[in-house]
Design a protein around this ligand. Structure first.
Ligand code: NAD
Length: 381
């Protein structure tokens, strides 16, 4: 049971109705240490590795992140450096990394990179139970969830397991200044999507919504600052702070409509993860928000906008966000094939029922990149 109004925003009527609302929910906080200090990753990682009493460390970092990873892990007893990383963690890549970790009797994995790198560390922890110290360099947020993902023959499987939750997360914004602006924008909107879906995910509760609202505020402040000054730390710090909040909220609330759509599209058509989220989000928000007044109010308040969709679109315009799925490899004919798998995966608790016709309209609009506010209901379902 969830559903409580807790927003500070709103008119007298909202305050009056909130006074009468009852509060009842279940929420699980995940056990994890978080350290946040720009420029201090090496010292923080050393302390966190000591905390888990590890002496045989495996460092995972893609080739592009090898140099910062070396600096961050200086002073550790590293027995294995691993750079074979691929998006969505193909099973073959996971198996090679697991065998190497076992062969070197690794007792801790330090991952330095985006969601793909964290994902490989999780694949190792899933079968071995070794602790992870995660050092994220994008805004994917995987470091703060207990969700793992593996891909085999084009099919992505995900699951939840306490063993894959990193014991510690080390946030150092200096490690993100090299993330190119277009990737920063797409990845930042991926984090924003975690916040928005946390408003109505199947287990969404008042704590998730409070975290998500503050996450949106931080991301909406940070992203334009990153675009204006990619090497400036204040914007990068807001982004990592918002990323963490978004992921904690999302891990608790579970995948809502937005994530189910992106999961099907990403898995079936091999679309890039962050960009797919960035494109689809406004269409899901435009579809759901009219039927979710509390989410609408909180998201609008977080953006400081008249409505949730107006706030999101203003941000997307300001940062030149990815616009259309056709720009990222989806063919028009693929839209139809995605409809039924999404319907089959429909999460509980969506604010309004979803028909095949709704999905067709939503996906077609996202494919073309038309204004989400003009999605109409006039087509046959
Ligand atoms: P990614 O990790 O694949 O990184 C994208 C690109 O950016 C890569 O080429 C990478 O080398 C580069 N990069 C990363 N950090 C950089 C930096 N600081 N400077 C320059 N280049 C940098 O992409 P992502 O969007 O971070 O992660 C996507 C993956 O994470 C997907 O597989 C997705 O399913 C997974 N994910 C999992 C969860 C979860 O909870 N399990 C949550 C979100 C995403």
């Amino acid at each position: 049971m969830h559903m409580i109004g807790t927003s500070g925003a709103g008119d007298g009527h909202d305050a009056e109705s909130q006074r009468k609302e009852r509060v009842r929910f279940e929420h699980e906080s995940l056990p994890q240490r978080v350290r946040f200090a720009s420029g201090e990753a090496a010292a923080m990682v050393r302390a966190e590795v000591e905390r888990v009493s590890a002496s045989r460390v495996m460092v995972i970092a893609a080739a592009a992140e090898a140099e910062p990873a070396e600096k961050v892990t200086a002073g550790l007893r590293v027995v294995l450096r691993w750079s074979d990383v691929a998006m969505h963690v193909p099973v073959g890549v996971a198996e090679r990394a697991r065998a190497a970790a076992t062969g070197h009797a690794v007792d801790c994995v330090v991952s330095v990179g985006g969601g793909s790198t964290t994902g490989l560390a999780k694949a190792i922890a899933l079968t071995s139970g070794v602790p992870i110290v995660a050092v994220p360099t994008t805004y994917a947020g995987s470091e703060a969830t207990s969700v793992w993902g593996l891909t085999e023959k084009g099919r992505k499987t995900t699951g939840v397991d306490a063993r894959v939750l990193p014991r510690s997360v080390v946030y150092d914004a200096t490690l993100t200044v090299s993330l190119p602006v277009p990737m920063s924008v797409a990845s930042g909107l991926n984090a924003l999507a975690h916040c928005v879906d946390s408003m109505w995910g199947p287990r969404a509760d008042p704590i998730d919504r409070a975290l998500a609202e503050e996450g949106i505020r931080a991301l909406a402040t940070g992203l334009p600052a990153v675009v204006a000054d990619p090497s400036g730390l204040p914007g990068r710090e807001q982004m990592l702070y918002g990323t963490y909040l978004s992921a904690v909220a999302f891990s608790s609330a579970g995948s809502g409509l937005h994530h189910k759509i992106c999961h099907v599209l990403g898995g079936a058509y091999d679309l890039p993860h962050a960009q797919t989220h960035a494109v689809v989000l406004p269409y899901v928000l435009a579809f759901n928000a009219p039927a979710a007044p509390e989410a609408e109010r909180r998201i609008a308040a977080a953006f400081g906008a008249g409505s949730a969709i107006e706030g999101l679109q203003r941000l997307r315009h300001a940062v030149d966000a990815p616009k259309a799925l056709r720009d990222y490899g989806l063919n028009e004919a693929d839209v139809e094939g995605a409809v039924q798998p999404i319907l089959d995966a429909m999460p509980d608790g969506n604010p309004r029922p979803v028909t095949a016709g709704d999905l067709r309209r939503l996906l077609r609009s996202a494919w073309q990149g038309t204004d989400p506010r003009t999605m109409t209901d006039d087509e046959e379902t």
